[in-house]
Design a protein around this ligand. Structure first.
Ligand code: F6R
Length: 241
C-alpha cells in the first residue's frame, strides 16, 4: 500500500490526477473505473486541464463506473450518468461507445447486474479503479454488511448514505436502491486509487486501513489488494498521525 498525504484538497486532486494520467500515458487503451461524489471532482477538473493542454488523450480509453441509482434514467440530473457527463465526459474526447454505467431503469435487476459483469469482463477487467469512501467506510455502494458482496449487485442504501447524499435531491426523492460493482469486482481491478479528504472521512479511513478486515467496514478489504494507492489530505489522515 502506498499512502500520499497532501496539505489540502487541491494537492490531493493534483496528485491523484497525476497517478491517473500516468496510467493513461502508459496504456492509452486502458480501462478506468470511475467514482462519483464530491471527492473526485477536483481530480476530474485536473484531468480536463491536461486534456485541454494537449497532455492527455482519452480517445482509446474505456470507462466503467462503480454505481448508479436504481430508478433514475441516464438523463436524470441526479443520475451518475449525468454526474460523469457534467464533471468529466463532456469535456474530454472519450468515445461515448466506450463509456459504461449500470442502467438505472433496467426492468430486471438480476439481469442488469449480470449484463454489467459481462461488460467489465469483456473489457478485460479494470486497469485502475478510482474510489471514494463513505463515512461508514462503504466503497461503491457496498454498505457495511455481514459478508462481502461479490460482483455487481442491487442494494438497499443504508440510512447514513441516504443522509449523506439526500442533499442532492429534492424533498424525499432520493432513490433507496442502487446498483454497485461488488467488492470482488473492485478487488479484481489491477490497481486501486482511493481518495479521501476532510475530517469527516478520518475515522472511516483509519478503520479501513488499520483495523480488522471485516464486511462491517467494507473498505477494510482494500488492505488485501496488491496495488493500492491512497491519497488523503491531512484532515482525512488526522486520526492516523
Ligand atoms: C460514488 C461512490 C461512493 C462515494 C462515497 C464518498 O460513485 O461510489 O462510494 O465515493 O460515498 O462520496 P463523497 O466523495 O461525496 O464523500
Amino acid at each position: 500500500m502506498k499512502i500520499y498525504i497532501t496539505k489540502n484538497y487541491d494537492d490531493l486532486s493534483k496528485k491523484a490526477a497525476n497517478i491517473m494520467a500516468s496510467q493513461i500515458i502508459m496504456k492509452p487503451n486502458c480501462v478506468l473505473g470511475f467514482a462519483t461524489g464530491a471527492s473526485p471532482v477536483g481530480l476530474y477538473k485536473q484531468l480536463i486541464k491536461y486534456y485541454e493542454s494537449g497532455d492527455l488523450d482519452f480517445a482509446e480509453v474505456s470507462t466503467v463506473n462503480l454505481d448508479e441509482y436504481k430508478g433514475l434514467s441516464s438523463d436524470d440530473p441526479n443520475s451518475y450518468h449525468q454526474f460523469m457527463q457534467t464533471n468529466l465526459f463532456s469535456h474530454i474526447n472519450v468515445d461515448p461507445k466506450n463509456v459504461f454505467l449500470p442502467d438505472g431503469l433496467a426492468k430486471n435487476s438480476d439481469e442488469e447486474c449480470e449484463r454489467y459483469n459481462k461488460v467489465i469482463s469483456s473489457l478485460g477487467g479494470v486497469d485502475l479503479q478510482l474510489l471514494g469512501i463513505g463515512t461508514n467506510s462503504h466503497i461503491g455502494f457496498n454498505e457495511p454488511s455481514d459478508s462481502f458482496a461479490k460482483e455487481t449487485n442491487c442494494i438497499e442504501l443504508s440510512q447514513s448514505t441516504i443522509i449523506a447524499n439526500s442533499k442532492y435531491f429534492d424533498n424525499d426523492s432520493m432513490p433507496k436502491y442502487a446498483y454497485t460493482m461488488g467488492i470482488k469486482s473492485i478487488m479484481q481491478a489491477k490497481k486501486i486509487l482511493l481518495v479521501a479528504n476532510g475530517k469527516g472521512k478520518a475515522k472511516a479511513l483509519k478503520d479501513s486501513l488499520t483495523g480488522p478486515i471485516t464486511p462491517s467496514v467494507p473498505a477494510s478489504i482494500l488492505q488485501l489488494h496488491s496495488d493500492l494507492t491512497v491519497v488523503a489530505d491531512e484532515d482525512a489522515f488526522s486520526l492516523m498521525r
